[in-house]
Design a protein around this ligand. Structure first.
Ligand SMILES: [Zn+2]
Ligand SMILES: [Zn+2]
Length: 75
């Protein structure tokens, strides 16, 4: 009974040289480097100055870390 080692421990062969993140798929690493790693963080928290690549992450940050203060939600 031989099984390929596809299951179980997942090795990530593609590693970002800049930040060390690991990826299974080359395309994902490429996208990361283009859209995340080499890009300045466009969305910066007004409360603590932390930066995010995506607005929804910033909104989540406001929501969870700052309990909604500063968020741009319109309910
Ligand atoms: Zn990176
Ligand atoms: Zn913050």
């Amino acid at each position: 009974m031989k099984q390929t080692s596809a299951s179980g421990q997942s090795e990530a062969p593609y590693i970002c040289q800049t930040c060390g993140r690991q990826y299974q798929v080359l395309g994902t690493l490429t996208r990361h480097m283009r859209k995340e790693c080499n890009q300045p963080k466009k969305y910066v928290c007004r409360m603590c100055g932390r930066g995010f690549h995506y607005n929804f992450k910033l909104q989540d940050h406001y929501y969870y870390v700052h309990k909604g203060s500063g968020a741009l939600r319109k309910d």
